[in-house]
Structures are given as structure tokens and as C-alpha cells.
Design a protein around this ligand. Structure first.
Ligand code: 5RP
Length: 246
């Protein structure tokens, strides 16, 4: 039921700042109201999650939140946390994450997500899935009725297994394409030293959870970008800034 999933980033009393990033920042600020002192926070990746890290740092520096530590999902989020004054700890050194904030490339009304546009989905999935609460920050362009209709599924693959994995992805009905690095002659290499294959499924994906499982069962696949059953809330930045959305 969409009405239970989506809230606007700003209340009707809020003066909406100009520009898209300002809307995302308003969304991040609103989401951070759920953080309390002493919490362990999962720090996601992407422009929206980065704004949440920056705003979290502000709250810590202003003394409004104490003893909060972050668990960065990858290099980008760890570097930003350091830059904005959020202390980080290693995922292996905490027993649990209270709240994870993350962005998304596509999300449907069942809170199925597509991640991996930034080639960082493997550790994002780990961090998001161990959090008690996983809050996804999105703008309206990310919300879809048909899952898989706007983005391919990113699949992280061990380089030595690329050919057999490509064949198996085709047998699952996908059209795979190895992601190449912009302005470089070669493939994208992830933080974990692997390659990314973007797999399109013409007509969209009918059963995201099933496809997530089937792709991960292919030997040589590290992780794919479908994330089902993990997000606990999806906050959507609404440009008109009106009220509870849908
Ligand atoms: C990276 C991701 C990000 O969460 C995703 O790309 C969202 O980014 P943005 O908030 O900039 O749209 O999955 O792998």
C-alpha cells in the first residue's frame, strides 16, 4: 500500500529551497530526525546518501547528537564521513547497525530496490541488510510501477568467471553488457576488485526476489543489485513540497 511507504521530505510549513540538491538535502535532514545519540548508523553511497552524511556531521558538530558512529558501505562514504566529522567503525567491530541511510537507482511500491549504479551495491547490501531500520532516500524519478523498467540489474562478477557468467545471465532472459569505465580503456573495477555486468530485462522484472536469488546462484557472481525485503521505509522527495505523498 503506497500510502504507508511514501512520505514527502518537507512539510507544508517548510519553505522549499531551490534546486534539486536542495530538495534532496531537505529529505536527508528530515530522515535524520530518526537518529538518536548513541546509535550506530549505516552510511550509504550516492549523492542523496552523501547529503545525509554531511547533515549527520553537522548535527554531531553542533552537539545535537552524541556518541554516534557510522559504518561506511564503501570508500566514498568513509571518506565523506571523515570529511564531515562522523567517526566511523568497521562493520566487523559492531554487533548491529541501528539505522542505515541509503540511496537507490529504482524502487517499486513493494520496496524492491535496484542498486549498483555506482558499482558499490555489494557492501551496500551487507550494511543495509544488517541494519534494524533501513531508510531509503529517493527522488520521484526513482519510483516505478514496473520493477526493472528504467535500469539494468548491475551484477558484480569475479573477472576470471566473466564468460560463463555472461552465458548464464542470457539463459535467465537478460541482455548483459560489461560496464566500461568512462574516459578509460577498460572495464569498471569495483572497490572489491571485480567487474560489473549490467543486465537489461526487456519488459521489466516480474519477480524481483526470485531473480535476485537466481542471479546470485550463478558461480562467479559476487552479488547483484536487486535488493528485496531489506528497506523498511522509502522517503521520497516531492518537488511540490506538499504533504504526505500518495
Ligand atoms: C550506488 C547506488 C546508489 O545508492 C545510487 O546510485 C543512488 O545514487 P543517487 O542518490 O545519487 O541517485 O546504488 O551503487
Amino acid at each position: 500500500k503506497p500510502s504507508t511507504l511514501f512520505v514527502s521530505a518537507v512539510s507544508s510549513e517548510t519553505t522549499l529551497p531551490e534546486g534539486h540538491d536542495m530538495i534532496k538535502r531537505a529529505l536527508a535532514t528530515r530522515a535524520l530526525e530518526r537518529v538518536k545519540s548513541g546509535m550506530v548508523i549505516g552510511l550509504g553511497t550516492g549523492s542523496t546518501a552523501s547529503l545525509a552524511i554531511e547533515e549527520l556531521g553537522k548535527l554531531i558538530r553542533q552537539g545535537k547528537l552524541k556518541d554516534v558512529v557510522g559504518v561506511g558501505a564503501n570508500y566514498q562514504s568513509k571518506v565523506l564521513a571523515r570529511q564531515f566529522g562522523v567517526k566511523t567503525v568497521d562493520l566487523n567491530d559492531v554487533n548491529q547497525i541501528d539505522i542505515a541511510f541509503d540511496g537507490v537507482d529504482e524502487v517499486d511500491f513493494n520496496k524492491n530496490m535496484l542498486k549498483g549504479g555506482g558499482a558499490a551495491h555489494t557492501m551496500q547490501k551487507v550494511v543495509d541488510s544488517v541494519a534494524k531500520e533501513c531508510i531509503i532516500l529517493a527522488d520521484q524519478s526513482k519510483v516505478v510501477l514496473q520493477f526493472g523498467s528504467t535500469c539494468p540489474v548491475p551484477v558484480e562478477v569475479i573477472p576470471g568467471a566473466i564468460s560463463p557468467v555472461l552465458r548464464r545471465l542470457v539463459s535467465l532472459g537478460g541482455i548483459p553488457e560489461i560496464r566500461s569505465a568512462l574516459r578509460k580503456d577498460g572495464p569498471v573495477i569495483t572497490d572489491l576488485g571485480n567487474m560489473i555486468v549490467d543486465v537489461s530485462f526487456p519488459g521489466g522484472i516480474q519477480d524481483p526476489a526470485e531473480l535476485e536469488k537466481n542471479i546470485n546462484m550463478i558461480p562467479g557472481v559476487v552479488e547483484n543489485g536487486i535488493v528485496s525485503g531489506v528497506a523498511t521505509s522509502v522517503l521520497v522527495a516531492v518537488e511540490d513540497g506538499a504533504k504526505i505523498e500518495v
